[in-house]
Design a protein. Structure first.
Length: 385
């Protein structure tokens, strides 16, 4: 098809997709869309891929549709793509497991159980898996020989709250966030009796966990923040709650000159204030430090809120942001490098995190509560993902 004709066709299909934005649920043959793999036929363009701006068109594959590739988790998080192994790694936080989804045949198996209530995962610039563990409140790395190295489990002599999300820098450093979401029984290690998330001592963190040694008592929630682990072994706090309340998801711009950080709602044991503003903020990277930040996106579209969680950046600098949202608005919101909403991907479940994967890194994998969804896009994730 000639370029002019192709663009005309895409303009038409995007207009149709835009009209679908007003529908509560996508329709196929006049009935509500099914996500069990038996919907037929699938509409093209996918009515749940919604353009908010013409600039979204170049990021789409016109005949690609959203697929649910696996379901059965409790709270799926931390998707990361292994280029060496050609598989997607992801966490089921509440079930204390990590799973692996093979690209070759889509088979899903348990990768690690228990996983230390892992949340965020990445593969660093050397292809090593690095994970945030709520259970031991630490960041660990799986070496090439299979051994596990603890990178960070404390700052200034005090244990972390619950490291949540992380990114790798080309200089070998690992940057991670530490909100208190894992300080609850369901997602990690509860506080010691009397602690902020265990005031009346109802919970015993040693029951049924299999931990070899107990955690140090945590009677007070430490300030959340963003930390930088250096290959020398030192850990520095580069952002604290005074700079940004409740930092959660984070990602570097392609040139690593900007660090984007999501500010999310209050967690267990969090006194008011602070609570995050449900927005994404941008901070200039100044060597090992961060400069003064700015609000990058309020994560709203025409009055509807798309509260952010995990997100990734593509090679062109666009942000693909996982979001909970109200019914009909859960899924992914895509932002331009200037913070303008370009489009969204509507899912039937709240989306906690996502990553780019596949051999060409052009498949968006989305962790949405109980299920993994995927969509091929005309964009490539900024490696490593």
């Amino acid at each position: 098809m000639a370029e002019q004709g192709r663009r005309g066709f895409m303009a038409g299909v995007l207009a149709i997709a835009g009209l679908a934005a007003t529908a509560g649920r996508a329709q196929t043959n006049g009935t509500a869309r099914r996500w069990d793999g038996r919907e037929e036929p699938v509409l093209i363009p996918d009515p749940d891929v919604i353009a908010l701006d013409p600039a979204f068109e170049p990021l789409l594959v016109g005949n690609a549709v959203i697929e649910r590739t696996w379901t059965g988790g409790d709270w799926l998080e931390g998707p990361a793509w292994s280029a060496q192994g050609q598989y997607l790694l992801f966490s089921d936080v509440r079930r204390d497991r990590q799973h692996r989804l093979l690209w070759e045949n889509g088979a899903v198996s348990v990768r690690r159980a228990p996983s230390g209530f892992s949340n965020g995962n990445i593969f660093d610039h050397q292809g090593r898996q690095v994970s945030c563990q709520h259970g031991r409140r630490r960041v660990v790395r799986v070496e090439h020989d299979g051994s596990v190295r603890v990178l960070a489990d404390a700052f200034e002599g005090q244990p972390f709250n619950s490291p949540n999300d992380l990114v790798s820098h080309p200089d070998g450093s690992i940057w991670f966030t530490d909100p208190p979401y894992g300080r609850m029984l369901a997602e990690g290690q509860p506080d010691a009796p009397g602690g902020p998330a265990n005031h009346d001592g109802r919970f015993d963190g040693a029951v049924g966990t299999g931990f070899v040694a107990p955690l140090p008592p945590a009677s007070a929630r430490r300030p959340g923040g963003v930390y930088r682990w250096d290959p020398s072994g030192t850990v520095e706090r580069v952002l604290d709650e005074g700079d940004l309340p409740m930092p959660n998801g984070l990602a570097f711009a392609p040139d690593h000159a900007t660090l984007y950080v999501a500010s999310t709602p209050a967690g267990p044991g969090t006194p008011p204030p602070p609570a995050g503003d449900k927005a994404i903020h941008a901070f200039p990277v100044q060597g090992r430090r961060l400069g003064r930040g700015r609000r990058f996106s309020a994560m709203t579209v025409e009055g509807a809120a798309y509260p952010p969680d995990g997100f990734r950046v593509d090679r062109a600098g666009n942000l693909w942001c996982a979001s909970a949202g109200a019914a009909g608005h859960a899924g992914v919101l895509v932002l331009s490098p200037a913070g303008k909403p370009l489009g969204r991907i509507r899912l039937p479940e709240a989306c906690a995190n996502l990553t780019f994967g596949g051999p060409r890194r052009d498949t968006l994998f989305m962790c949405a509560t109980r299920s993994i969804y995927r969509l091929q896009v005309n964009a490539q994730g900024h490696a490593p993902s």
